[in-house]
Every structure is written in structure tokens, then in C-alpha cells.
Design a protein around this ligand. Structure first.
Ligand SMILES: [Zn+2]
Ligand SMILES: [Zn+2]
Length: 147
């Protein structure tokens, strides 16, 4: 593989998952296998920076291998209005995105901490939410252990 000529940037668009969609996300999993706190409601688009198309964010890992994960998508300036199950990206290296996602795979992004260059990180600090954890560290476990 040749050297990538540029460093892709994460989109990082933020949104909040409405409570009814958080409930809906859990209904994709068998009863009792997920907890409300498993649902990611502080959303950040994990796609490569894009100017077209909807933003996508990981919401909930479904139990079991090959089950995919619950995602949400939204149009810039709007509130997420849908949750859907998408299969995991089938890339050779673990990728936290869904199958068929546009742009770079998770592992192609720089390993640097997730710090939006817009300087808006500081005003979103919340209790129990470590702002230093990049979205790349999402639930990739389902891609380990089999190839
Ligand atoms: Zn986006
Ligand atoms: Zn991928």
C-alpha cells in the first residue's frame, strides 16, 4: 500500500439524539441486552469531512458478531429523526464505520486526539463525558477475532 497523500479529517458535526430515538435504538437489541447508558446520545459525525450528504453517527452496538450497529443520520442544521441498523464496514482492518460509508476508514484518520479545529470543544464539556476520547474508539470489538 502506498502512502496516503493527505491526512483525512473527521467531520465531527455534533448533534444530540432525541430521547425517543434513544428508546428506539434499544428496541433493535434483544430485551435486556443493552442499557440506556449504552446509547450514545452526544453525537459526532465520524465520517471523513464532507460537504454533501447526511451526517452519520454511531448510536449503539448490538450484541453478537455480525449484527452491525445502530446508527443515526441527520441533515446539517436538523435534529436526527431516524435510527437504523447498518452492517459493520467490511474493511480488512478494523473500521468503526458502517458498510458502504463514504470517505476514509477509521484507521486512516490521524491517531491524534479528536480536537475540532473550530475551537468549539471547550464549551461542550459535560459531566461524565471525557472530551479526550476520540470517536474512533467506538465499539470495534465485533471486528476482532475473526477474519
Ligand atoms: Zn458529517
Ligand atoms: Zn470503513
Amino acid at each position: 500500500m502506498s502512502v496516503t497523500p493527505h491526512h483525512p479529517q473527521v467531520c465531527g458535526e455534533r448533534a444530540t439524539l432525541p430521547a425517543d430515538l434513544a428508546d428506539a435504538a434499544q428496541r433493535f437489541a434483544p430485551p435486556g441486552t443493552t442499557y440506556p447508558e449504552d446509547v450514545e446520545r452526544a453525537l459526532r459525525c465520524t465520517l471523513e469531512a464532507h460537504t454533501l450528504g447526511d451526517h452519520h453517527a454511531f448510536v449503539l452496538e448490538l450484541p453478537g458478531p455480525g449484527t452491525g450497529a445502530v446508527w443515526t443520520r441527520w441533515t446539517r442544521g436538523h435534529t436526527p429523526a431516524i435510527v437504523l441498523v447498518l452492517p459493520d464496514c467490511p474493511a480488512d482492518e478494523p473500521c468503526c464505520e458502517y458498510a458502504g460509508h463514504p470517505g476514509a476508514h477509521t484507521w486512516q484518520f490521524p491517531r491524534a486526539p479528536f480536537t475540532p479545529t473550530g475551537g468549539t470543544a471547550a464549551d461542550e464539556t459535560r459531566e461524565g463525558d471525557d472530551p479526550g476520547v476520540p470517536p474512533q474508539e467506538c465499539a470495534c470489538q465485533s471486528l476482532h477475532g475473526y477474519a
